[in-house]
Design a protein around this ligand. Structure first.
Ligand SMILES: [Zn+2]
Length: 165
């Protein structure tokens, strides 16, 4: 808790990963079938990274890389859900819970519509909220820039935390 401050805190984060042929495409805990996936030290789940970092942002606790340095071998190939869980524990200790979160994914291919509901459920479970408190949207970059050229995937997360009773 932050004494004397607002009962609500907002956080935002953006994450981007390069894509490489043959790598897994992990998005919100879903292993999306595709010919390429994220280049990363962890499992590369760009959605979970943006989500976790937006919680850190709301609490003014710095960025994800400070808490989980990619130079640290214990995070090599780690399931990014574990990173989200640890950040949720920090939020818990600070006396906050999630009101709602809105996530946008920018990726040229494949179409993510069939996987969105599962991502929302995975995120709701990690955050201990109802699925209707979790929005996940996806769009392309209209063939422009690195994302449009299928060289990268980006996720952005904005989250509202409220003080626990
Ligand atoms: Zn990342």
């Amino acid at each position: 808790m932050f004494p004397g401050e607002s009962k609500m805190r907002i956080g935002f984060a953006s994450d981007i990963h390069a894509l490489k042929e043959g790598n897994k495409l992990m998005l919100g805990g879903v292993d999306v079938p595709h010919w390429q996936g994220e280049v990363a030290h962890s499992d590369g789940d760009v959605v979970y990274h943006a989500l976790a970092e937006s919680i850190l942002g709301a609490l003014a606790l710095g960025d994800l890389g400070t808490h989980f340095p990619d130079s640290d071998p214990q995070y090599k190939g780690i399931d990014s859900a574990v990173l989200v869980q640890r950040v949720v524990e920090m939020m818990d200790e600070k006396g906050y819970k999630v009101n709602n979160v809105d996530i946008s994914i920018t990726l040229e291919q494949p179409k993510l519509k069939p996987f969105i509901q599962k991502m929302r459920e995975n995120i709701a479970n990690l955050l201990k909220v109802n699925v209707d408190a979790v929005s996940v949207k996806a769009g392309t970059n209209e063939k422009m820039d690195a994302i449009g050229m299928q060289l990268a995937v980006k996720a952005e997360s904005i989250i509202l935390l409220i003080e626990k009773e």
